[in-house]
Design a protein around this ligand. Structure first.
Ligand code: SAH
Length: 401
């Protein structure tokens, strides 16, 4: 594919698109797939900044290249006058922070949400004075020093940690790794959320240590939990369940398959003085919910927040089956007039499909539902229309009537 042809004269590698390209690119999506590229002219060992042109030499944008990846180029800018350098990352991160503040985030937030912040494959979570970052593509990984320098300059943080222990990096030919990007610090930190406190383990917790994407949704359970017997499944460190107890639940029982998560969840309950209301145990939700359905157990509120079930379109049916099954089992445990709080965190199941799955589950469980609220992820993870992968979390509350 490398061709030292006539276009390579000004130093920067050029990528020429095929004549017939997807609307996606012209509509503003930053990904360019290998099969959309006609020529690469110049050096492209991986990660370099390249300029992208249409077949008739119109400037499309500037981005980084990786010929080992199916996504050959990810665009960083469509402004011909904008250079990709340290100042670029400083400016983008500063404006991402400004946006979060503008919409009301102060302490904890997803500071950078990749494509939605025009920094493809970069994730930065801000936990007060601590930052956790992921660079999920080779081209972004190369800018890590500039990103760290920008964070230092804007926030003067107590610590920055890299959670690049993610398999998706292997598709880019980069290793999985994690570690300190500043002088080492105690990676077990405390954060505040909605007036509660939570332990976060930046080094060994799931993903970046904490699911900030549900932080707005956790407030949505406030009124339905008063005086309720609550069952939570897929609790991780117990955030939803501890909110339920805080909002006045009579009893809360949370389960997660991970012993570590359950230990943290019990610690979090104690940290908030709610250990008498809120208890967690390590169990498999699929087995337990099925058994309790047979036993005739009943709750006022059942909350489900399962993992993605699939990461690829080819196995989407697996996800559909998984969501249907767990929601069906959950619904059977809810008293008439009680509530189901249910989420799905994969963009492969888009909102409409998710509602269809819940409807199928309700039919099978012979339950009638009334929709209370249907939301997406917290607004610090912006949704950009036309970029399907930015619209990934579904959060639904229904009443079983
Ligand atoms: N509700 C949490 C996030 C949940 S992430 C929050 O807001 O922080 C999904 C969780 O499901 C993970 O903690 C994982 O350990 C757990 N999990 C995965 N499979 C499970 C199973 N079969 N039974 C119970 N928990 C499971």
């Amino acid at each position: 594919m490398i061709n030292q042809g006539f276009i390579y004269i000004c130093g920067m590698t050029n990528v020429i698109l095929k004549k017939k390209i997807s609307q996606r690119i012209t509509n503003g999506h930053p990904w360019i797939f290998a099969n959309e590229v006609a020529e690469v002219n110049g050096v492209a060992d991986g990660g370099e900044t390249v300029e992208v042109f249409t077949y008739d030499k119109k400037f499309v944008g500037r981005g980084y290249i990786n010929q080992r990846s199916q996504i050959m180029v990810r665009l960083l800018t469509r402004d011909r006058n904008e250079a990709i350098d340290e100042a670029f990352f400083y400016n983008r991160i500063a404006s991402a922070w400004q946006y979060r503040q503008q919409i009301g985030y102060t302490e904890n937030c997803r500071l950078v949400f990749g494509e939605a912040d025009e920094m493809p494959a970069l994730i930065i979570d801000k936990f007060n004075d601590y930052f956790v970052l992921q660079t999920l593509a080779l081209g972004m990984d190369k800018w890590k020093p500039a990103i760290v320098a920008a964070l230092q300059k804007i926030f003067n943080p107590k610590g920055i940690y890299e959670r690049n222990d993610v398999p998706v990096r292997e598709l880019e030919g980069i290793p999985q790794q994690k570690g300190f990007l500043t002088t080492p610090f105690d990676t077990k930190i405390l954060i505040n959320e909605n007036g509660l406190k939570f332990h976060v383990d930046i080094e060994n917790g799931q993903k970046t240590g904490y699911f900030l994407d549900q932080q707005d949704n956790r407030r949505a359970i406030q009124h339905i939990c008063k005086g309720a017997d609550v069952l939570g499944a897929f609790t991780y460190t117990g955030t939803f369940e501890i909110h339920a107890a805080h909002y006045g639940a009579k009893s809360v029982f949370g389960i997660d398959i991970s012993e570590n998560a359950v230990a943290q969840a019990n610690k979090n309950a104690a940290l908030n003085g709610l250990e008498n209301v809120c208890r967690f145990e390590a169990m498999n939700a699929f087995d337990v919910l099925k058994q309790w359905g047979k036993d005739g157990k009943q709750y006022d509120v059942v909350m489900l927040d399962p993992p993605a079930f699939t990461k690829s379109r080819e196995t989407i049916q697996k996800a559909i089956t998984g969501y249907k099954e767990i929601n069906l089992r959950g619904m059977k445990l809810i008293k008439k007039g009680g509530f189901l709080v249910t989420s799905s965190c994969t963009n492969l199941v888009q909102p409409e499909l998710f509602l269809q799955i819940i409807e199928m589950a309700a039919k099978d469980a012979r339950r009638k539902l009334r929709q209370v609220t249907f939301q997406a992820q917290a607004s610090d993870h912006p949704i950009i229309w036309g970029m399907e992968n930015t619209n990934y979390l579904k959060f639904l509350i229904v009443q079983v009537i």
